[in-house]
Design a protein around this ligand. Structure first.
Ligand SMILES: NC(=O)c1ccc[n+]([C@@H]2O[C@H](COP(=O)([O-])OP(=O)(O)OC[C@H]3O[C@@H](n4cnc5c(N)ncnc54)[C@H](OP(=O)(O)O)[C@@H]3O)[C@@H](O)[C@H]2O)c1
Length: 334
């Protein structure tokens, strides 16, 4: 697997990152371990988790299952892995999050209970993550969900302390607006604190619909910002939007589509399907191949549930798009 430099750190990470969000819950342990081993054997090293993964998979859970599974898998492999985890989105109380008769938790209530980015919270959260992961450091520690409840100075000073203590080598930010990112970087520069080297946002081929108000989904301004700041790498989560590109049935009514139902959506889906037919790949694979050759350089972060899904994502690295096909995909729905 090819590697790319993370920001301008000199660190080489695999061009495809593997998300462990549902490992230990929706994906059982033997399947997860096999997937992790295959990824490592194929030259992958960039593995992503978070302290809160994956509380919403099971009523009563507060998360930690993914980190614990990785902690059981990592011994003997730790030096081959560029390990990322996150803090700030753990819920501090699961009481009442699940309502009778509903298929999922109450996300609005959950968000109001995120632990947040206070200094004491993050300082404890990283220690808890390291204990579950059975390692003395992570390579990358993200603020999972940007929060305005705590002054940035407090959060950044705490993160600087975590880096100084050797518990994280680099920091990153996720689910954050561009203007906040700029403010974060300015504060880091002014105070000598380590600046984020990775930005983890939702990003795919479909374009967010007009008027969408989201701190999580990359927009044109954020892409432009990233092109100007190559010391910050985009880690693109949900790159295939939960696999909706392959199937109209899966797309119909899927919540992952809600933010992308703009007037250009059908044209873009048609373009992906056409190119997939031409290159003999699936639409999901074409989307990954397109992201891999997009500007700015980005690292798609996939979250396969099964080994078959993992193999499909891995095989996307071999899908070659011609310049004409890439240009057609870029232009679709413009
Ligand atoms: N920073 C954040 O806030 C944030 C948010 C979300 C995720 N993440 C990270 O990003 C990683 C990836 O995110 P994601 O899981 O949303 O990414 P994704 O790869 O877009 O979606 C994964 C889901 O897509 C389906 N799928 C995968 N391959 C498929 C295929 N070939 N055909 C059909 N369906 C397929 C599976 O769901 P089915 O059950 O339908 O098969 C799978 O669970 C996570 O593991 C996590 O580490 C971060």
């Amino acid at each position: 697997m090819k590697t790319v430099e993370l920001g301008r750190t000199g660190e080489q990470v695999s061009q495809l990152a593997l998300g462990a969000m549902i490992m230990g819950t929706s994906t059982d342990e033997p399947t997860s371990v096999e997937m992790l081993d295959r990824f490592l054997d194929a030259g992958g090293n960039f593995i992503d988790t978070a302290n809160c993964y994956c509380w919403w998979a099971r009523e009563g859970s507060l998360g930690g299952e993914s980190e614990e599974l990785l902690g059981r898998w990592l011994p003997g492999r730790r030096d081959r892995v560029f390990l990322a985890t996150k803090g700030s989105a753990m819920v501090w109380d699961s009481d009442g999050l699940w309502r009778d008769g509903q298929s999922g938790p109450d996300w609005a209530l959950a968000r109001s209970r995120f632990e947040g980015t206070g200094a004491a919270t993050l300082t404890k959260a990283i220690d808890d993550s390291l204990r579950r992961l059975r390692t003395d450091h992570v390579d990358l520690y993200y603020v999972h969900v940007d929060s305005r409840r705590t002054p940035l100075e407090e959060t950044l000073e705490a993160l600087a302390g975590i880096v100084a203590a050797g518990k994280a080598r680099y920091i990153g930010w996720s689910n954050v607006r561009t203007w906040r990112l700029e403010r974060i970087r300015q504060l880091c520069a002014a105070n000598g604190w380590p600046a984020p080297v990775a930005l983890q946002q939702q990003h795919t081929y479909l374009r967010p619909k007009a008027g969408l108000d989201s701190a999580s989904i990359v927009d044109d301004e954020q892409l432009d910002y990233l092109r100007e700041h190559d010391d910050l790498s985009l880690v693109a989560y949900s790159p295939i939007l939960k696999g909706v590109y392959d199937s109209a049935d899966k797309r119909a009514g899927h919540w992952a589509m809600d933010s992308y139902q703009g007037p250009d959506a059908q044209a873009r889906l048609a373009a992906v399907a056409a190119v997939a037919g031409e290159v003999g790949a699936t639409p999901n694979q074409v989307v990954l191949a397109w992201l891999l050759r997009s500007s700015p350089t980005m690292i798609p972060l996939v979250g396969p549930r099964t080994l078959e899904q993992y193999e499909t994502a891995h095989a996307a690295l071999d899908v070659v798009l011609s310049d004409e096909q890439a240009a057609r995909l870029d232009a679709a729905g413009a």
